[in-house]
Design a protein around this ligand. Sequence first.
Ligand code: NAD
Length: 265
Amino acid sequence: MSPPYGSRLAGKVAVITGAGSGIGLESSVLFASEGAQVVCADINDKGAAATVEKITSLFGKGRAVSIRADVSKEEDVKKMIHLAVSEFGKINVLFNNAGIMHPADDNALTTTEDIWDLTMKINVKGVWWGCKYAIEEMRKTGGGSIINTASFVALRGAATPQLAYTASKGAVLAMTRELAVVHAKENIRFNALCPGPLRTPLLMEFLNTDEKKNRRLVHVPMGRFGEAIEQAKAALFLASDDSSYMTGTDFVVDGGLCSAYVTPE
Ligand code: NAD
């Protein structure tokens, strides 16, 4: 990333979960480049610390801190939100981005209860905890923007099932919509980001053969997987005042996937 940097998040404090990889990593760096101070949270503390190092090397000290937080644990999430306040004085933006797609997640008959519960704990309950503690803090400063990462699979059924993951992302959409309505007059905006299939570790480790990759790519009009930075740019828009009249949306960034019936040869 090279100067000049922008100022779309100047003076704002952002907390990003899953900040050690993929969308979370790119968003942390992009948000910092636009003037935000960032709390980089991840269950992988080394990954989160590496993101902070990257931000520090690009933009100097005092722009970011890291914390090991498992979003499925209420105490961890509480500490993560409170770190933003103790370190940077407030929280303006929360990007609830951490999520898992378990390799053993499959169809209704083969998915086991422990995989179902683990997926729901991280992908759904983790988003709830984040919202809960961020709302408390955002009320004190007159509002904020919360972005919850869902997925295109919450909008379209797939014949390549991951039932728990799909159900969890549908729950994220429904939860985000209701939160948006409940807190609209408090100036706390909630929007769901719905990425298409991406070239990040999460999906590439799952689609570990060309055959599996192509089974998906045929449904993407653009004919390629998305990049994490393309989601980070959408998250930046939702985080910033550029989207000040938007709340409760399913913000789809998917290479045209959800609009397609037949895709180009
Ligand atoms: P990624 O695997 O590159 O990064 C996810 C990060 O979340 C990792 O650093 C991981 O350590 C962290 N994480 C996992 N469990 C956690 C927990 N319990 N607490 C805190 N952190 C945890 O994945 P990505 O592709 O950047 O995915 C980010 C989000 O985007 C996820 O919610 C995912 O479901 C969603 N998404 C991804 C795709 C895709 O194709 N990659 C498509 C749609 C939606």
